[in-house]
Design a binder for this molecule. Structure first.
Ligand code: FEO
Length: 175
């Protein structure tokens, strides 16, 4: 059984994962409308992953005697001024999510909720991967600068990353 405090904290995280999914969906749609099909595939895939993060939390909270609340969400931005800007925001957003997960882990220790603490370790590892991936992509973008040929290859690379990531998810690698 989770305490009220942990129930509230998990519901806050459910909302954050849901809004992350919407945010990346907005980036995917923007990229698709700008001819960047690989970047779009990457963000569509990332949006799906965030939804899966949200679902895991909903199911866990309900299983532990809490009540998961499905949140209303704010509309994400319609436009992103550049690829650099979009990926910069991806990294900033993931760093913020990592901080929130850390606070949640800390709440669990304070409440002596070792079961939820254990459950959240999956999210701690996931955040390390997500931040590292965002940094790697930003480094690539910085190398490319304004080179059109480089951008073509970058878009193709992101398509490949998305295909591999989807295959890993289907094989149960991320769940
Ligand atoms: Fe679910 Fe990217 O944090």
């Amino acid at each position: 059984m989770v305490t009220k405090k942990i129930e509230q904290a998990l519901n806050k995280q459910i909302e954050l994962e849901a809004s992350s999914s919407q945010y990346y969906l907005a980036m995917a749609s923007w990229a698709e409308n700008n001819g960047l099909s690989g970047v779009a595939a990457f963000f569509y895939q990332h949006s799906d992953e965030e939804r899966m993060h949200m679902l895991k939390l909903i199911k866990y909270l309900n299983e532990r005697g809490g009540k998961a609340i499905i949140p209303a969400l704010k509309q994400p931005p319609k436009d992103f001024k550049s690829l650099q800007y979009a990926f910069d925001n991806l990294l900033k957003h993931e760093v913020m999510v990592s901080n929130e997960i850390n606070k949640l882990v800390d709440d669990c220790l304070k409440e002596k909720d070792y079961t939820t603490h254990n459950f959240l370790q999956w999210y701690v590892s996931e955040q390390i991967e997500e931040e590292a991936l965002a940094r790697t992509i930003l480094d690539k973008l910085n190398l490319i600068g304004n080179d059109k040929g480089g951008l073509y290859l970058f878009d193709r690379d992101l398509q490949n990353i998305s295909v591999q990531s989807a295959a890993a998810d289907n094989a149960g690698g991320k769940k």
